[in-house]
Design a binder for this molecule. Structure first.
Ligand SMILES: [Zn+2]
Length: 215
């Protein structure tokens, strides 16, 4: 087991049962994945502020079932769930429920994960880090692999939709310590990439780390 970047925080006693919080720091531009049992919560914290995170969730029993942005939009009838609403999978089953959000509430579920082709388009040299490759590597650490990159939940990413349907792309407005918290509706694997996008300006003030906590 890799211990670097992971810490077990003093357990809280809940209803007579001890529950330990695990915190994984996701270094700037990298990705990490954690297993989250049904009923546990998972929190993404923007440690320094202004950093977009690409979040993915997969059913633990079969990673071909994953959180699907398009199925979620259809389920909630909105561009992004409200507190208490669930993100669903490509098999239309709830996988994560949004339970808390201390950020300004600007999150995106329209834009694909950055990948090597995107950086080639932008003129970056080959080998630029990307959320798609970060996902592959993070899952590989758990012995898992997926055939395609699902469309992520882009936390702390501000993509305003204009009245004519035009999409904006603004610097992340989240502040240091802002967080968004989900509750697992099934046993799942949650992966997070601290987006390495350093060309378009979505990560305000440069790349910074995120934290992923299982509560
Ligand atoms: Zn990215």
């Amino acid at each position: 087991m890799k211990l670097y970047g992971q810490a077990r925080i003093a357990g809280a006693v809940l209803g007579g049962m001890s529950q330990t919080t695990t915190r994984v720091v996701v270094p700037a531009g990298e990705g990490r994945a954690v297993r989250v049992p049904a009923g546990r919560r998972v929190r993404v914290i923007d440690l320094d502020g202004g950093q977009v995170g690409d979040l993915f969730a997969f059913a633990a029993e079969d990673v071909r079932e994953h959180l699907s942005a398009s199925h979620t939009r259809a389920a909630v009838g909105r561009l992004f769930p409200r507190i208490g609403e669930a993100f669903v999978t490509n098999r239309r089953r709830p996988i994560l429920t949004l339970v808390a959000d201390t950020s300004p509430g600007r999150h995106d579920m329209l834009i694909a994960a950055c990948d090597p082709a995107r950086y080639a388009e932008l003129g970056a040299p080959p080998g630029h880090a990307s959320c798609a490759v970060n996902l592959e590597r993070a899952l590989a650490e758990l012995g898992l692999a997926v055939e395609t990159t699902p469309q992520p939940v882009n936390v702390f990413m501000d993509v305003p939709v204009g009245p004519d349907g035009e999409l904006g792309s603004l610097p992340s407005p989240s502040r240091p310590g802002d967080s968004i918290t989900f509750e697992a509706a099934m046993d799942c694997v949650v992966a997070l990439s601290a987006c390495p996008q350093d060309i378009t300006g979505i990560n305000a003030g440069g790349l910074s780390p995120l934290a992923l906590e299982v509560l």
